[in-house]
Design a protein around this ligand. Structure first.
Ligand code: SAH
Length: 258
């Protein structure tokens, strides 16, 4: 496989936690890597079992951007195969843009391999579909502002007015304030579910409504590494999909007469 041998820096999505949920390409890249820099605060260290025993491993949790870039540049210059391993999919709160821009400016070629984001693993854990006919056809991925701001127009209170399916990252530690803001737009009986460490052995789920989810989260002592999901997709009322409706024809299937 050319990407295993080319002198490219590979930015790889590790998936949500379960080592089987990295992509096949991601696994091959880890197996071929000379150097792996992984986000130790969230990436399951079991993924490093795919690496060779002599692979040089760095945990970026204790490194700043300059230090990460210094390692990438140095090892790349020595012809080493470098993998930058991010949790979930790197395009979602991965802070990869700044790394890619620096690599680009330095003339270091790189390639991105996507991963299974935790929001997909949460739906799988809940056994739900985020978009249901006549319930919601829109998924909002967002977060509350913490130490990092969020543009004002994207305040949860504004987004809540749409009543779409919403997945809130990085915010479970602020569950009371989050629920207060959600209640500006969603009725209090709107279902909500929190998934902690989706796909990890210690995965936990808390299911309720906006009226009781905050207390349930606190009772379960979930304070980090969780997603808050909100919307009637968690309920049981929806229209049937037209896609599989026998009276509905589309490009791949003709309608069957009654
Ligand atoms: N790029 C990652 C998100 C990184 S931001 C992705 O695509 O999933 C980190 C936040 O993601 C955490 O605070 C938490 O809200 C969420 N998260 C990451 N892994 C998770 C998991 N396995 N289960 C639930 N939430 C997770």
């Amino acid at each position: 496989m050319s990407e295993l041998t080319a002198n490219l820096v590979n930015i790889v999505g590790a998936g949500p936690g379960d080592p089987e949920l990295i992509t096949v390409r991601g696994m091959h890249l880890l197996a071929a890597a000379d150097v792996v820099i992984y986000a130790g605060s969230l990436v399951n260290p079991k993924l490093l079992d795919y690496c060779r025993p002599d692979c040089e491993i760095f945990d970026s949790a204790g490194m700043n951007l300059d230090e990460v870039i210094a390692v990438i540049k140095d090892r790349h210059a020595k012809g080493k195969r470098v993998v930058r391993l991010h949790t979930g999919d790197p395009s979602i709160y991965g802070a990869i843009r700044e790394q890619m821009d620096i690599l680009e400016a330095a003339g270091i070629p790189f390639r991105v391999t996507p991963g299974v984001s935790s929001f997909c693993a949460a739906a799988a854990a809940l056994k739900k579909e985020y978009v249901l006919p006549e319930v919601s056809q829109t998924v909002i991925l967002t977060r509350m502002e913490g130490r990092t701001p969020v543009p004002e127009a994207e305040d949860i209170r504004n987004l809540a007015k749409i009543n779409a399916t919403m997945i809130i990252f990085l915010s479970v530690h602020m569950i009371d304030e989050l629920v207060n803001r959600l209640l500006v737009g969603y009725p209090a009986d709107t279902p909500a579910a929190v998934v902690y460490k989706a796909s990890w052995p210690e995965e936990k789920q808390v299911v309720g409504t906006l009226a009781d989810i905050a207390q349930k989260v606190k009772n379960a002592k979930i304070g980090r590494t969780a997603l808050v999901t909100v919307g009637r997709f968690l309920g049981d009322e929806y229209a049937l999909s037209k896609l599989y409706d026998k009276g509905f024809s589309h490009g791949y299937r003709a309608a069957k007469p009654e």
